[in-house]
Ligand binder design. Structure first.
Ligand code: ZN
Ligand code: ZN
Length: 349
């Protein structure tokens, strides 16, 4: 009966059809909106969660912190109280800051030929990983290390082994460990991108990436002041570690000259690299999507705010909005911002 067949067809509801559960989409961190991410290293003094408000109130939408004192070995287990980590994660969610970058302790030297120092470094690096995971960090930045009176190759092998030992048994979740290029002072490893590549290549089992520091790159001999010099450096990074593994750029001007191998950070536009070079770096298509994090000095009050403002301006991007006041952040030097009472907006140092 053709009529009945027709009505069956009309009553067919595709919602009744069996649909297998779709496989979950890969988790995208909420801060990955595709917009520009500009951050600054902020203090954890008083309460680690205050670092988030400090970054936010300075006009940053990303940040870097130390998760403990950077020049002391942690006592005991070196873990954060669960309640503090929870509070930190909640506040970060409210302020929509990301990525969260943790910079490792300066005393850690996985390349040390001294067995006691090295063992201590492995343990401290393990604690860095544990704290970074607890805080929900996206990246943990580490200086590769210094081979001191040993040999470069032995130093690289020690770093590779040390990274594995430190990460053993620890679920990293979304955390990636980024090796930072260095200025090449003393016997520090990582001023040549090949050295970073050697470590990455030896650890395919670990979620490793790279952090490029502009001041270190310049001090190591790459003349990123000019468009051609920047292209050369980027080509070398692509040839060695691969630009795809570069997740964070430390944006610092340099007090020291090209090739000095001395690491001294300067305010954006006030050093030997200069503002024009930073405008080029911030808008370079090959660096699109990276987080740009300042580690500039605070010589006088407001330097941090001015450096954050300088980056937004050089990037040609509007300032993010203060979540609390719903107003554009009061950053000096940026014309379109209206004045708001200082009390409500001053950084809480
Ligand atoms: Zn560093
Ligand atoms: Zn750096």
């Amino acid at each position: 009966m053709p009529k009945e067949q027709d009505s069956t067809r009309l009553n067919y509801d595709c919602a009744d059809e069996y649909h297998p559960e779709p496989s979950p989409a890969p988790e995208v961190p909420p801060w990955k909106t595709g917009g520009m991410r500009i951050g600054i290293h902020t203090s954890i003094a008083g309460d680690i969660a205050l670092s988030l408000d400090r970054a936010h109130e300075l006009g940053a939408n990303a940040l870097q912190i130390f998760s403990a004192s950077p020049r002391m070995w942690a006592h005991g287990i070196g873990r954060l109280a669960a309640v503090d980590a929870e509070r930190f994660r909640a506040r970060r969610g409210e302020l929509q800051l990301g990525p969260l970058v943790i910079h490792g302790n300066y005393l850690i030297n996985l390349a040390s030929p001294n067995p006691v120092l090295r063992a201590r470094s492995v343990q401290a690096f393990h604690q860095e990983i544990v704290r970074a995971v607890d805080l929900g960090a996206d990246y943990l930045v580490a200086h590769p290390g210094s081979f001191c009176d040993g040999h470069l190759q032995a130093g690289i092998a020690a770093i590779v082994q040390g990274l594995r030992q430190a990460a053993r048994g620890q679920k990293l979740g979304g955390l990636r460990i980024l090796l930072e290029n260095t200025a090449g002072q003393g016997h520090s490893i990582g001023s040549k991108f090949e050295e970073l590549k050697a470590i990455l290549d030896a650890c395919p089992d670990l979620p490793l990436g790279v952090c490029i520091d502009t001041a270190h790159t310049f001090a190591a001999g790459w003349d990123i002041r000019t468009a051609d010099g920047l292209e050369l450096a980027l080509r070398e990074i692509e040839r060695t570690v691969g630009l795809g593994r570069v997740a964070v750029i430390h944006v610092n001007d340099s007090k020291t000259a090209l090739g000095s191998r001395v690491d001294r950070h300067e305010h954006i536009g006030k050093g030997k690299i200069g503002a024009r070079a930073f405008a080029r770096i911030l808008s370079h298509p090959l660096l699109n999507g990276r987080a740009f994090i300042l580690e500039t000095p605070i010589d006088k009050p407001g330097d941090d705010r001015r450096n954050v403002a300088a980056l937004w301006k050089l990037a040609g991007k509007p300032l993010p909005t203060n979540k609390r006041t719903k107003k554009a952040l009061p950053i000096a030097g940026v014309r379109r911002v209206r004045r708001v009472p200082a009390k409500r907006t001053a950084a809480r140092f």
